[in-house]
Design a protein around this ligand. Structure first.
Ligand SMILES: Cc1ncc(COP(=O)(O)O)c(C=O)c1O
Length: 409
């Protein structure tokens, strides 16, 4: 007899009907369309512009190794111990100093490290949204935010995005008509569209939101990835009291670390701390200490320069190739930073269908429909320009151009 098998009969018979055990909220949880698509694009010969992945060949691995060693040799016991939910104070101080350099007033007490910005979005959904509450988002918007918020069953009022960012001509109407819990916006190098919110709209937006007492959630992971043009003030700079600011180390260091932060009023941070306590007790102490060491040594600031250079070049390679290979009638954005650009095709094309054809041509993108809160636009796609190398970008865009030409024929 196998000694690992207990000397008892194993129970056989009716099994649990798992699907009927889940709570109603589970029906609102959906897999990310992007993660599903990424599975299809993982064949080695497919050039993928689908993921939101940084360029892995420039991850600062040696510097991270150095920081790991500094932390483990200097404060290994603290790094490996349970810790407070509020986060590692020296890291919060470094982040506050960084925010101040960006003209955002900040103190360590108002900075809350999370497991990536994605966790911050979930915690925000958790503390703000009761089923049926109204929130405002841009449309299209970051899919991960939709995924996080939808689990709490809000009604979404969606504002369209144009070349100057989210349009706010109907904002006041929406805020007057509904009791809005919060407004979620992506001011810099919008994911998925790549555009940046103009200064005029920033000023008007904070004014209108303040008039109706609606907090703005400013999700800003790409601010430091500007390779062209001038920085614009954060919404938080324009109205500190009414804005909650989110950012992350994912794009300036490495997403696998899972480290982001929230900057907000004390009363909100305390609520988020309670919500996070129930989720995971605290963000990894080791990772917080490593990120702190990287910041303190000035490595992160240097590394951001390299990222901007590499991504700037790749964006140019991509848009130059589009000029050359894309058929007439197809339009695209030209972001001054970030990771993504946005393509709009003639309305006769449904990019979900085009995606299947593109994969046959060994190139992939994300069909735009899933980024729209109401799933109502079918002729757009998101392309990532940070991950593929320049020669792959040119070849991938050539393949996508051929796919588009065939679809338009
Ligand atoms: C706009 C936006 N917010 C949040 C996130 C999540 O970032 P993190 O890796 O910090 O969870 C992303 C990731 O792509 C993003 O684009």
């Amino acid at each position: 007899m196998n000694p690992a098998t207990p000397n008892q009969p194993v129970l056989k018979g009716p099994t649990t009907d798992w699907d009927n055990k889940f709570c109603k909220r589970c029906s609102l949880m959906k897999s990310s369309a992007i993660r599903e698509i990424l599975k299809l694009t993982q064949q080695p010969d497919v050039i993928s512009f689908a993921g939101g992945l940084p360029a892995p060949e420039i991850f600062p691995i040696k510097e991270l190794e150095q920081s790991c060693s500094n932390v483990l040799n200097g404060a290994g016991e603290e790094a490996l111990q349970y810790s407070i939910t509020e986060g590692f104070l020296p890291l919060r101080q470094e982040i506050a100093a960084k925010m101040i350099r960006y003209h955002v007033e900040a103190e360590a007490a108002n900075i809350f490290p999370t497991n990536g910005s994605q966790q911050a979005l979930d915690l925000i959904g958790r503390v703000f949204i009761d089923p049926g509450d109204v929130i405002v988002t841009d449309s299209p918007t970051y899919l991960g935010a939709l995924q996080a918020f939808r689990a709490y069953a809000p009604r979404i009022e969606a504002l369209p995005v144009d070349d100057d960012g989210v349009r706010i001509d109907h904002l006041e109407e929406v805020l007057k008509k509904h009791t809005v819990r919060f407004m979620y916006v992506l001011p810099n190098f919008h994911n998925p569209v790549g555009v940046t919110l103009s200064l005029e709209r920033r000023i008007e937006m904070v004014k209108v939101a303040a008039k109706y007492g609606v907090p703005i959630i400013e999700d800003d992971p790409y601010r430091e990835l500007r390779f062209e043009g001038e920085d614009l003030p954060a919404l938080m700079t324009l109205h500190k009291e009414n804005v909650v600011y989110l950012s992350t180390f994912s794009k300036i260091l490495a997403p696998g670390l899972r480290l982001g932060w929230v900057l907000g009023p004390q009363v909100l941070i305390s609520k988020l701390v309670q919500a996070k306590q129930a989720t995971d007790l605290h963000t990894s102490t080791l990772i917080q200490m490593i990120a702190h060491d990287m910041m303190k040594r000035g490595v992160l600031a240097e590394h951001s320069k390299l990222i901007r250079k590499v991504y700037g070049e790749r964006r140019h390679v991509m848009t130059d190739a589009m000029e050359k290979f894309f058929p007439e009638g197809v339009r695209w954005t030209k972001p001054q930073g970030g990771l993504f650009l946005w393509v709009t095709t003639p309305e006769t094309i449904d990019t979900l269908d085009l995606f299947k054809e593109a994969v046959k041509h060994k190139v992939a993108f994300v069909p735009g429909v899933s980024f729209f809160p109401h799933g109502d636009v079918h002729n757009t796609m998101r392309l990532n320009f940070s991950n593929a190398k320049p020669e792959q970008i040119t070849e991938g865009i050539r393949r996508l151009g051929d796919t588009l030409k065939e679809a338009l024929r």
